[in-house]
Ligand binder design. Structure first.
Ligand SMILES: C=C(O[C@@H]1C=C(C(=O)O)C=C[C@H]1O)C(=O)O
Length: 385
């Protein structure tokens, strides 16, 4: 085969790929039309029976074309996830027309290449509008900018599958005058990034934010005696590695590439599935539609008596509300007192949630709702392949 033949084949592939994109964009536009029907008829955005039927049909058709079921299923699960999350975001915009304006000023930790920036792009890619990004060097600064109106939204990492809850953010939520209006989960693939040509054996120093250090602790133990320097954010770690001979930073491959660092080792995280969940905060709460899956987050301080936490949790059970997270944190200045962070798989506007909140007052010193927002963890429908 000559190079001309190869080029001709690649030209054909390029054309097919462009056609696929045109069709995907068209599919998305059509699904936006479906939202209008669902709004008018008060139907849930997600229709799992329709998704199942669609996947079964496509898998069968794919087989007749020589495409295996696993491949077809994967491709269409991705398309469906995008479709549903887009529709849900559209519905939310419809419900909160003033809050979601044409320009989103968003503040997050770090700058170019930080994991927070990647999560920010993922979240706002489904919310059309101009994105104005404001990088910060601390979580306090993020909530501060939202509180004083310099930013419309702030992005805060709240938990990670390798290192667990991010206590600093939970503590901040006790005082910050912000509401949770959204969440986004982003996969975090940590790599060791160094100036081109640097070998693993030459490293004497490592730069990273405390979170990547914690999430890669097992790999780092195996590296021996390297000096660790903690940085405000992954972006500042990248800059330090760039300017320090025989050093490396922990960050994503993409972030390294953006600043001219090479990957010298990948897959560093303790868990192969390393994901971070971020919350999106704003000055005022947003309304969350009942047509989409939602979470309600709250903080409560139980009474200082035996069984009060159990009593409080029983309230959720009695109202058949699923509790998906419970985190306890000390109250600063009050030794041995704890506040509890609770995530409910429910909508604040549901009557059983309102009743539960009312009853909760009997078992708590105080309760504060942090927000009710679209839950972005979509469970894919399971299809027999
Ligand atoms: C577009 C619809 O909404 C959702 C998205 C689907 C899709 O993109 O094909 C299918 C079912 C729903 O979960 C629909 O109901 O048809």
């Amino acid at each position: 085969m000559t190079i001309d033949v190869l080029n001709a084949l690649r030209h054909d592939i390029n054309e097919i790929d462009s056609d696929l994109l045109v069709l995907l964009a068209k599919r998305r536009r059509i699904s936006h039309g479906v939202v209008e029907y669902k709004i008018a008829n008060n139907k849930p955005i997600r229709d799992e029976a329709r998704e199942l039927a669609l996947l079964e049909k496509l898998i069968g058709y794919g087989k007749s074309l020589g495409l295996d079921a696993y491949y077809v299923n994967n491709v269409f699960q991705t398309i469906l996830e995008d479709s549903v999350l887009h529709q849900q975001a559209m519905l939310q915009k419809n419900l909160n027309p003033d809050a979601l304006s044409e320009t989103h000023r968003v503040t997050y930790l770090g700058g170019q290449g930080s994991y927070s920036q990647l999560a920010c792009h993922k979240y706002f890619s489904r919310r059309p509008g101009k994105l104005v990004e404001i990088g910060c060097t601390s979580f306090d600064e993020i909530t501060g900018k939202v509180e004083n109106g310099q930013a419309d939204f702030g992005l805060l990492p709240i938990e990670n599958t390798s290192s667990g809850s991010i206590n600093e953010v939970f503590d901040l939520l006790q005082h910050a005058q912000v509401s949770i209006v959204g969440e986004v989960t982003h996969s975090v693939e940590h790599c060791l990034l160094a100036n081109p040509g640097t070998q693993l054996s030459q490293l004497t120093k490592l730069f990273a934010h405390p979170q990547p250090f914690a999430q890669c602790s097992r790999f780092l133990q195996g590296l021996g005696d390297l000096q660790h320097e903690t940085c405000d954010s992954t972006s500042s770690a990248l800059q330090s590695a760039l300017n320090t001979p025989n050093s490396a930073a922990i960050g994503s491959a993409q972030a390294g590439k953006n600043v001219g660092l090479e990957v010298i080792k990948s897959n560093l995280a303790n868990q192969s599935e390393n994901h971070s969940r971020f919350i999106v905060v704003a000055r005022k709460p947003l309304q969350a539609s009942k047509q989409i899956p939602t979470k309600t987050s709250l903080i409560m301080a139980t009474k200082q008596q035996a069984g009060s936490l159990a009593d409080a949790l029983m309230v959720f059970k009695q109202h058949q509300i699923n509790l998906v997270k419970l985190e306890s944190r000390p109250v600063p200045g009050n030794p041995w007192e704890e506040v509890f962070y609770v995530d409910l798989e429910a909508n604040l506007a549901d009557s059983q949630v309102q009743h539960a909140l009312e009853e909760l007052k009997e078992h708590t010193q105080y309760v504060r709702v942090l927000g009710c927002y679209q839950s972005e963890s979509l469970q894919a429908v399971s299809v027999n392949t």
